[in-house]
Design a protein around this ligand. Sequence first.
Ligand code: NAD
Ligand code: UGA
Length: 453
Amino acid sequence: MKICCIGAGYVGGPTMAMIASKCPHIQVAVVDINQERIDAWNSDTLPIYEPGLHEIVQGARGENLYFSTEVDRYIQESEVIFISVNTPTKEYGSGLGQAADLRFVEACARKIAEISTTPKIIVEKSTVPVRTAEMVQTILKSTSPETPHQVVSNPEFLAEGTAITDLLDPDRVLIGGETTVGGKKAVEKVVEIYSNWVAKDRIITTNLWSSELSKLTANAFLAQRISSINAISALCEETGAHVDEVARAIGTDSRIGPKFLKSSVGFGGSCFQKDILNLCYLCRYFRLPEVAEYWEQVIHMNEYQKERFVRRILEAMFNTVSGKKIAILGFAFKKDTNDTRESPAIAICRRLLEEKATLAIYDPKVSKQAIINSLNLPDEQIDSIQFCESAMEACDQSHCIAVLTEWDEFREINFESVYQSMIKPAILFDGRNLLDLEKIKAIGFNAKGIGVG
Ligand code: NAD
Ligand code: UGA
């Protein structure tokens, strides 16, 4: 069997590498229009950092896994075509700032319709609004009515930083298709691919629309848990309760469960906000404004949490950070990834620069250029940033340390010697509740976490 995936990003690359490594009998091509990205996939420096990814790619690349810009060729050759292109929030026109921008998905559908001379199974891997498959079907049917293509929905649930283990041992694989004979056969074909390593009882099949909507719903529920615990964190700070203790106490209730209750400076990443906005847009489109307003609160709380963090820093620094050096430890939206998309660090750094602070940023995996691109600020503000090679360098001669990503290496910092090198009073804000604050306070720091009374 030959398959291909359009889109060599955070999803397309790792997902196809896993299929290739688990299915040596399948030839897998990952295609993209971005030459630089494809070159990186074919090099020793992969375009994304993901634990375990390099080994899997190295094992299959050149055997049954190919990265290429020859989009037309691999579409033509493949029986199954995954679409894994980006579906960002619309930045123009109707639906601005809310709806999903589906132009990349549409371009893929048009390309497949134009190129294909044999029937294809087109798999929506990208996260899309419910009923997107209808758009793909319409394009295919109107462009090549004589070729019976099938559209299947197979959303991806991997999280960055744990993509390889998530793909290797998924909680479930979701596959939605049409309930016609052709639709069922197409679903079976995709089930067959995953069955090479995923137990059958973990492969859920549904109709197309349930599958599409389940993806948006899953992300909305996950983000909602974070906003809920973050809302409680604000109350903890006022009352002497400790948010981690509250999370533990409620998480032991099997109906609630312990995961995704880690209070933080706010959730980031390319998907939670985008997918909730998309869900809200759909609700309004279907004239359900109350439902839209309910989910919008999840985003409002996340914005509030980031701003609250900045305000607490300001208060601790006598309401002015102008000319003061603040060490920013971590810029990625979570540990074990180099991804900075919608990272809470972006909003926090921008706010601190607006307050005229000098920032010293260190992240183990995010490059200087990626930080500059993410902040997207005028040169004079970028001049107020020092880009550091280590946490120690960032903290040296600083007034305050802000931990924004939960990288394991930050636990290993020698805070006694850091304290010696700082301007007093030495302040530390742990935006991830990563560190042992009692120990850090004992050194002499004015140290605060999230939701710690
Ligand atoms: P990404 O931006 O990293 O990658 C998308 C790739 O698609 C880019 O390399 C781009 O060049 C390519 N592309 C766009 N249009 C193309 C075209 N017409 N032909 C060929 N290539 C094209 O995006 P991502 O993070 O991999 O996300 C992809 C989709 O998966 C999104 O819908 C996202 O919501 C969803 N998703 C992402 C994650 C995640 O962890 N990042 C997890 C689950 C689902
Ligand atoms: C998330 C989902 O977990 C995946 O299932 C989904 O496939 C993916 O979005 C997607 O659709 O893109 P991801 O964004 O990669 O994955 O990472 P998460 O682990 O979900 O973390 C998202 C953000 O929430 C991070 O900023 C993280 O630090 C934060 N978070 C997470 C918390 O603040 N507290 C928690 O308890 C968990």
